[in-house]
Design a binder for this molecule. Structure first.
Ligand code: AMP
Length: 289
């Protein structure tokens, strides 16, 4: 495995490559969730590129950019062990050598869920991904369904701008107790870690309730009750929407997302499940082109 720290170098290596390139963009502090994406990429492609870049553009002024967990050495070790060919860990100054003269504004799907709580977040996400896609030129890019809104927005962005990359969404990897793995989990206290298991419990109960009744009725309230009764976290949102449009649910909705964000003392956690009337989905890929 090679570690690349400069944009030009990364581009030069990948330039004339005819083989398939799988790309897994991350903010590092790698865990089994990231590794599941890496494994799939290694399986499906000739080369796998993983980026570790904590992108300042997607953090608001009072968010955790400075304290976001980082461990490049461990990330490099894990990437190497899992067959990654190139680990791209650019400095901020290499990615943004000068102030950007352009704004990308996400107008579709950004007014709900995290987009509403974190204004500008998805503008920063698609901006960095556009740059990363142009640098790496991946055949396929892998995203976790853990960040369901991000996946929907990136898939739509890529589709609307005809980016030559296939977007693949893979299921959320959870600890045995159901807690969705996240780099931010390190900031949970032992007590909060136990409490946080109620996030996924509440979501899976919500799905069960939906299956029993086939209507959304009180799902959101029940999810909120479960969280309020079992945790000291503050609910940022619980929403039930159509996926991947992220519009309100209607009688023609085929795929649903039940998603939440809860703030604990030092970490804001998100989780969701994506399902049809019959089952929970564990892969997301655009099928129509
Ligand atoms: P992050 O480093 O948090 O920006 O995440 C990088 C990628 O890994 C994103 O596509 C995430 O959705 C994905 N990811 C993070 N946590 C998980 C998880 N628990 N299961 C599956 N994918 C994940």
């Amino acid at each position: 495995m090679q570690i690349i720290r400069r944009v030009e170098e990364m581009k030069a290596i990948l330039k004339d490559n005819k083989e398939t390139i799988g790309f897994v963009p991350t903010m590092g502090y790698l865990h089994e969730g990231h590794l599941s994406l890496i494994k799939e990429s290694v399986k499906q492609n000739t080369f796998t590129v993983v980026s570790v870049f904590v992108n300042p553009l997607q953090f608001g002024p009072n968010e955790d950019f400075d304290t976001y967990p980082r461990d490049q050495e461990k990330d490099a070790k894990l990437a190497k062990e899992h067959g990654v060919d190139y680990l791209f860990m650019p400095e901020v100054s290499s990615m943004y050598p000068e102030p950007l003269g352009y704004d990308i504004t996400v107008k579709q799907g950004a007014d709900v869920l995290c987009g509403r709580s974190r204004p500008g977040h998805f503008d920063g996400v698609v901006t960095v991904l556009l740059k990363l896609f142009n640098i790496v030129r991946p055949t396929r890019a892998y995203f976790g369904m853990k960040d369901a809104q991000q996946l929907a927005i990136v898939d739509n962005f890529s589709n609307q701008f005809n980016l030559p990359v296939e977007i693949i969404g893979l299921p959320t990897v959870r600890a045995e107790d159901g807690l969705a793995l996240s780099s931010r989990n390190v900031y949970l206290s032992e007590e909060e870690k136990k409490e946080a298991t109620y996030l996924s419990k509440a979501l899976f109960n919500g799905f069960k309730q939906f299956q029993d009744q086939h209507k959304s009725g009180t799902i959101i309230e029940e999810v909120k009750d479960t969280i309020n009764q079992n945790t000291n976290g503050n609910i940022d949102y619980v929403e039930f929407l159509e996926y991947p449009s992220l519009k309100g649910v209607s009688s023609s909705t085929q795929i649903f997302v039940l998603a939440l964000a809860v703030k604990f003392e030092q970490a804001r956690l998100i989780d969701n499940i994506i399902f049809t009337k019959e089952r929970i989905l564990n892969r997301f890929e655009r099928k129509d082109d």
